[in-house]
Design a protein around this ligand. Structure first.
Ligand code: JFZ
Length: 503
């Protein structure tokens, strides 16, 4: 190519960079730009932006949740006969789609027959629920049916379900009861797409025969969802997945009606933004930028950098412990496994921005958690016992962000979870000069020690803020992030009004 061709390509290249950037990143890795032009939308949100009923108030107070991915994929645990599916399958719960040179012969068929071996002899939902409770999880999201289509409850609408396994008993029922009895709310994960259902197709059905098949699939989906509500009336919500295919996207009339029907049948039901789209194919948010569903459900293995990006919507973030892989992964060797400190950081990050943090567990084929998950659960429990009040029932604080960690707030109490301890042991709290309340009392949750507070009215020219210095005792040590609890009250005296310098 000569120089002139290059030059003539520049506008196109620039355009495509900007355009692709918007396509790929507009939703969740940056601020959401609301569409400037209003578009007529008939299949928009069915519920207001921040529902005010008790179920949503509870949702806002959860702070921490547990995700459990359990299904037939737990049996192979991301490998088969000593051969790892890593790099051959997208994630451990995707092992059915294992392809390439390493894939076992006739693998899909082997996978589709795994149900004949499903007999989790150590499955004890009480034990799981106790672990979750100790950890401070206030809700559970449990996989009833993943992309393979296998139902962990006895469903009247398919033969590919728990009753066909040697185990036979209803798993979903036991999980819902065990968790609910311990005061943990239950949400059911439900994948719409199914890999081996002959009626399912990813593309928009075109021929009469395809339409007939897909309509049958839609009815089947509706039947299963109504069935889940009938069988497990204690559940608080659905966590939908596998709703990105064209066939579902084009079914916006059906999905709109279905959402309505589910909500009418189960008042208070919580449904996230991953369920459906509007008639212009806009998923999660409609064509006018309004959230579809009760909370934003796109924060998956990622977190918002800025509170403003969330635009005031309710949200949750779901996170794996290994880099990726939601189902059981027998072999963690050579992978970076998130540490308890990593996870506490992500949890406080989420909660400080009004989101729930949902930590995933993938039990094995016998119903045991991975030993690494057990260890993390124990460490989080130890931490939450002391610091739980900074996590549960709190909300975003309007204080300017701190480099030391994350703020959360409950009434007139601010919690600063310190991840970066300052070398001079002075935790400086920045407070806008116009604030009617300021830090008046501080203590460390770990040992209840009262800390000294000194008003540092530095007098920086034109500064909108004033500072409160909380002294961390030099001999205080902690192997984990620690929480400083700060009570706000009326200032003894307001920040000095200094003359602004003329320039
Ligand atoms: C989906 C599933 O495919 C996966 O197996 C797991 O169940 C997970 C919780 O959900 O995977 C997704 C779905 C959406 C995104 C990323 C992974 N997303 O929006 O970035």
């Amino acid at each position: 190519m000569n120089l002139r061709t290059y030059i003539s390509l520049i506008p196109f290249l620039l355009f495509s960079v900007v355009f692709n950037f918007n396509q790929v990143y507009a939703q969740w890795t940056g601020p959401k730009n609301k569409p400037k032009q209003f578009k007529e939308v008939q299949y928009g949100p069915l519920t207001p932006k921040n529902r005010e009923d008790q179920a949503m108030i509870d949702f806002r107070n959860y702070g921490l949740g547990q995700f459990i991915h359990w299904g037939l994929y737990a049996i192979p645990g991301n490998e088969w006969k000593g051969v790892s599916a890593r790099k051959g399958a997208a994630a451990s719960e995707w092992i059915r789609s294992w392809g390439g040179e390493t894939a076992p012969k006739d693998w899909k068929n082997t996978y589709d027959n795994l149900y004949k071996q499903f007999n989790p002899k150590n499955f004890d939902p009480e034990r799981w629920a106790k672990q979750a409770k100790d950890m401070g999880a206030k809700y559970l999201i449990f996989t009833t049916k993943h992309h393979d289509g296998f139902a962990l409850w006895p469903t009247a609408f398919s033969d590919y379900d728990i009753t066909q396994t040697p185990y036979k008993k209803d798993i979903v029922k036991q999980v819902v009861n065990a968790y609910t009895d311990k005061g943990i709310d239950v949400f059911l994960y439900f994948s719409v797409l199914e890999w081996n259902n002959p009626d399912y197709m990813a593309k928009n059905p075109e021929t009469t025969q395809e339409k007939e098949r897909y309509n049958r699939f839609l009815q089947y989906t509706r039947n299963q969802l109504l069935e889940l509500l009938d069988k497990y009336p204690k559940i608080k919500g659905f966590w939908f997945d596998g709703t990105w295919d064209d066939s579902w996207i084009k079914s916006y009339e059906f999905t709109y009606q279905l959402e309505k029907e589910l909500r009418e049948k189960h008042p208070g039901l919580i449904i996230g933004s991953r369920f459906r789209n509007d008639e212009h194919e806009k998923r999660h948010f409609d064509s006018n930028g309004n959230l579809l569903g009760d909370y934003e459900q796109g924060w998956e293995r990622k977190l918002p950098q800025e509170y403003e990006w969330l635009d005031g919507n309710d949200w949750d973030a779901v996170m794996t412990i290994p880099p990726n892989g939601w189902g059981y992964m027998k072999d963690w060797e050579g992978l970076y496994i998130k540490t308890t400190d990593d996870l506490l950081d992500m949890m406080m990050h989420s909660v400080s921005m009004n989101g729930n943090f949902v930590l995933n567990f993938g039990p094995d084929g016998n119903g045991n958690m991975h030993p690494g998950e057990d260890k993390i659960a124990r460490e989080i429990s130890d931490w939450i016992k002391i610091n739980g009040e900074a996590v549960h029932g709190v909300h975003h604080s309007e204080l300017p962000v701190s480099k030391l960690g994350y703020y959360t707030q409950k009434d007139s109490v601010i919690y600063l979870t310190v991840f970066n301890r300052p070398v001079n042991n002075i935790a400086r709290i920045t407070v806008p000069k116009k604030s009617s309340t300021v830090p008046i009392k501080a203590s460390i949750l770990l040992n209840n020690q009262t800390l000294k507070i000194n008003h540092a009215d530095i007098g920086l020219d034109l500064d909108q803020n004033t500072y409160y210095d909380v002294t961390i005792p030099a001999d205080f040590t902690s192997i984990r992030p620690f929480v400083i609890k700060i009570s706000l009250g009326e200032p003894k005296k307001s920040a000095d009004k200094l003359m602004d310098a003329k320039m």
